[in-house]
Design a protein around this ligand. Structure first.
Ligand code: UGA
Length: 313
């Protein structure tokens, strides 16, 4: 099978590429190496992807020749996008619209014309729910984003579903709940906490630290993508990919302190606009329809991430 991974130099994209190549698939990866975080880290991610069977294309989805990219491709994993819940206000919003909404719409138009395409898996986000009314939140609960980022992820998800309904583009959307593990983006909580702890710097917590997250280990997210690509699902389907943890940032810091074997220097700063109080997804649908189960608990996953950043554990 030949697959296209957009955002291949990112956290999830590069992990997915490694798994697919190890299974003997051919992978075309596209990434524009934006500077939201150090592009040097993205180049390091690319260097972890074996060369055999892999073709890298350094282009932006908003300008690339997508028909050429999709030629001979059976499955698209659309991981590219502008991430970051807390930075999506003000002038930066235009970047989120370009990278998340316009690029996805352009990809969907090209997907309509792609003769060999069997599945397009879109990396959606738990941020579409905002502060949900019910926990664990299920896919049928009404989305109500709490950040401009969440608005763009939801808009792109709706585009995927309506291209499926109107034009039979075989889309599936996976709502990832805070993905972590080795290779995590450097702006995300666990990566920042671990690097600060290892360097003996203070750990910065936004707000009270009582915010709760359903954290999901990266290998489990990769597995969800593979299942969504290969199993029969109704076009336009939406699935939560939620690790099943319901743990606060303060509780995470207790676990981390146990791994570090010492007390951590924690400083609390202002809460940040756009940050939700809690995420928690029901994984019933993906379990039932795709046979997916989370396999890594937070302590084991955090240990793996700690080791990947140079810590002993
Ligand atoms: C993450 C990703 O950044 C989004 O791209 C993704 O779409 C989203 O998950 C999702 O699940 O949809 P977030 O939950 O904010 O967003 O992930 P983290 O950056 O790991 O933050 C977790 C919590 O830790 C947040 O409440 C945040 O405010 C807090 N935090 C983060 C801190 O207290 N200090 C930090 O230095 C970083």
């Amino acid at each position: 099978m030949t697959v296209l991974i957009t955002g291949v130099a990112g956290f999830v994209g590069s992990a997915l590429a490694r798994r697919l190549l190890a299974a003997g698939e051919s992978v075309v990866g596209v990434d524009s190496l934006t500077d939201y975080y150090d592009p040097g880290l993205k180049k390091e991610n690319l260097a972890t992807i074996p060369g055999e069977g892999f073709t890298f294309v350094g282009q932006d989805l908003n300008t690339a020749d997508l028909d050429a990219l999709l030629a001979g491709v059976q499955v698209v994993f659309h991981e590219a996008g502008q991430p970051g819940v807390r930075k999506s206000w003000g002038e930066d919003f235009a970047t989120y619209v370009d990278a998340n909404v316009l690029a996805t719409q352009r990809l969907l138009e090209a997907a309509r014309r792609a003769p060999d395409l069997r599945r397009l898996v879109y990396a959606s986000s738990s941020s579409v729910y905002g502060n949900a009314q019910v926990y664990p939140t299920s896919e049928d609960d009404v989305p109500s984003p709490h950040s401009p980022y969440g608005v763009t992820k939801l808009a792109a998800e709706h585009l995927c579903t309506l291209y499926a309904r109107n034009f039979d583009v075989p889309t599936v959307s996976l709502r990832y709940f805070t993905v972590y593990g080795p290779g995590q983006r450097p702006d995300m909580a666990f990566n920042r906490f671990i690097r600060a702890a290892l360097a003996g710097r203070p750990i910065e917590v936004y707000g009270s630290g009582e915010q709760i997250r359903d954290f999901t280990f990266v290998d489990d997210v990769v597995t969800a993508n593979l299942l969504a690509a290969t199993n029969p699902v109704p076009p336009g389907a939406v699935f939560n990919v939620s690790g099943g943890t319901s743990i606060s940032v303060n509780e995470v810091l207790d676990v981390l302190s146990g791994i570090a074997g010492r007390r951590l220097d924690v400083r609390r700063t202002e809460a940040v606009a756009g940050d939700v109080v809690r995420t928690g997804g029901s994984a019933d649908r993906i379990r039932r329809q795709l046979g997916w189960e989370p396999t890594v608990d937070v302590e084991s996953g955090l240990r793996a991430q700690w080791r990947s950043l140079g810590g002993d554990a």
